[in-house]
Design a binder for this molecule. Structure first.
Ligand code: ZN
Length: 163
């Protein structure tokens, strides 16, 4: 038996003012994206903003439905919009934030496994990693380069090939 250990790297910033201008601007766009959230059931809003290579910003927000499984996370709302409409304009960064009036969020909210899988697929498609920025109003900002930091054992079709 062999024990293995995987380490991930991420950056932490204390406040938004510690970010560079481009990252800070994208975080502000993610806050704007919160406005589109349709979350009457969870009362938990999530906003995502993509910055494309051209500078274009794409918003996503969580969309819930009375038929519960019909909803979708903010990240995938933004990513699938990109895939359907702007796939020739690579995604440089995604900023994700969350807000609820029910309790105070003190740490960034991390994407779910399904959203990470979609990010990974599009990183591969565009042959470029995305910078992922996670933050909440009164907490630190976490930044990682590429979804693989969160999903080191990512499911890719190459892993299905016989060696
Ligand atoms: Zn998700």
């Amino acid at each position: 038996m062999i024990n293995h250990e995987i380490k991930i790297k991420f950056e932490e910033y204390i406040t938004l003012t510690d970010l560079n201008e481009a990252d800070r601007a994208l975080c502000a766009e993610a806050v704007t994206a919160l406005n589109g959230s349709h979350s009457p059931y969870s009362r938990f809003s999530v906003g995502a903003a993509l910055r494309l290579q051209s500078g274009k910003i794409i918003y996503g927000s969580n969309q819930e439905n009375v038929a519960y499984p019909s909803g979708l996370c903010a990240e995938r709302v933004a990513l699938f919009h990109w895939g359907a409409n702007h796939a020739n304009d690579p995604i440089e960064s995604i900023a994700i934030t969350a807000h609820t009036d029910e309790f105070k969020l003190s740490q960034p909210v991390t994407p779910c496994g399904s959203c990470l899988q979609v990010m990974a697929e599009y990183e591969k498609k565009q042959e470029q990693k995305m910078r992922i920025l996670l933050f909440v109003e009164d907490g630190p900002i976490w930044a990682v380069e590429g979804s693989e930091s969160f999903l080191p054992f990512l499911f890719f079709e190459e892993r299905l090939a016989q060696s």
